[in-house]
Design a protein around this ligand. Sequence first.
Ligand code: ATP
Ligand code: MG
Length: 489
Amino acid sequence: MNAPVRLKVDNLSKRYGGLVAVKNVSLELRAGEILGLIGPNGSGKSTVMKLMMGIEPCSGGTITLDGADITRWPSHRVARAGVGIVFQHSRPLHRQTVLENIKLALLPDSLIRLFADRDVDTRARAIADRVGLSAVVNRHPSTLPFADLRRMEMAKAIARNPQVVLVDEPFAGLTMSEVAAFSDLIRGFRDEGRAVLLVDHNVKSVAALVDRVFAMYLGERIAEGTADEVMRNPTVRRVYLGGEITASNKRNEAAAAKPPLLKVDDVSVFYGKAQALDKVGIHVGQGEFVSIVGLNGAGKTTLFNAMSGLVPYSGKIEFDGRNLNELTAGGIARFGLVQCPESRELFGDMSVEENLDLGGQHLTPARRHEQLDWLLELFPILRERRTQASRTLSGGEQQMLAIARALMMDPKLLILDEPTLGLAPVILEQLGRALERLREKSPVTILLGEQNVTFALPHADRVYVLEHARIVWEGDPVRFAREMGTGYL
Ligand SMILES: Nc1ncnc2c1ncn2[C@@H]1O[C@H](COP(=O)(O)OP(=O)(O)OP(=O)(O)O)[C@@H](O)[C@H]1O
Ligand SMILES: [Mg+2]
């Protein structure tokens, strides 16, 4: 490839105290190419992007942009020189509308003109249109569904017209058709001659999009080449891809027949005039593993939040013989219905261990110890990160911590809302095995909300499909593949 090198890093390193997050990484980004950056959770991918962007100072190595040394530049200067980043987590200004957020990105240095310039308005609308936000430009970010928030991050990046674009996990939490739309956008960047660095755990979509792949593990390069070469690399397979997720062969059919642990009848929820749930009815038997499959915005999180006592609803939710309407959100959790929310809700300034301790507060010291030991064995990385503030964990590490904290509460019913978000394939495999082991050694019942059916199906005894606020299908995973497969698989 002969296109000019835009961004180049040589021997880049980053230390956080005793931890080496990035170690001697050298790579090049050329105009008109997409480089995929893959690796397990915590391998240093987001850190590499932050170093390139000048958000964090590097501990060693050099960064050049079009031949100029930018190693020590502050990030606003790097941005002005033509490097843009789409963060792993959305960071909108909540008081501003979507359009205003985009305008601010267009005019980072002259906020005063924000409401005057017609040209800016036109350009902002064109960008909104390009990323598929035109219908919601006048709304506030807090009212947007997840995928739209990600679109807005893209729009903000595009607004600055960067020649080098760093995109961190654009596909996480998106449905297949949304991933396709985002892939087109990123392909568009390449076609316009921009250099793109793409991080994502959706391996198939990354492979389909990129020109080359760079794989990291423990901060170092482990492989580099075409997607095909890298995915076949034995080290990459071992530390990142893992094997196929295999179905448990013994389904717990008896569980469905027992008196249900959870019974949801005719539950409806409104947000203002919008109906988020429409007379939803489901039941979960003692010891059963039930998956609720549904696309973004279908109502899964609302359903879980109703169960957890976090949103008002009409209808009835019974759990272990109690009407949950009589309990507060805290009471519901203590009574054994525990949700691991999509939004994680960790205490950022507290350490990994303190977050876990909070989860285990109501257990006896002996039980707490036992549970903690088991969870740290389940997620060894959390043991290594025990004293680290949870805010500084990598995306996937935070997800593991959220799941571990929910398990720390020793729930009767564990609700997992999109647990696969941001997890490396090999961790998904581990999580799947852990859930199966958990069911073998304890009477826990699991309710899983997912749009990632490759994870939701293999472990489930039974599946519900939630579409546009309604349950539209119920059955076993084998039938699901036959009857509902298209559109989900
Ligand atoms: N401020 C910090 N202090 C201590 N450790 C940190 C800090 N920031 C990041 N780390 C650690 O550096 C490692 C690399 O983190 P990074 O966010 O780059 O991982 P990643 O490859 O993007 O992972 P993921 O796929 O989970 O997003 C992680 O183990 C993380 O815990
Ligand atoms: Mg990351």
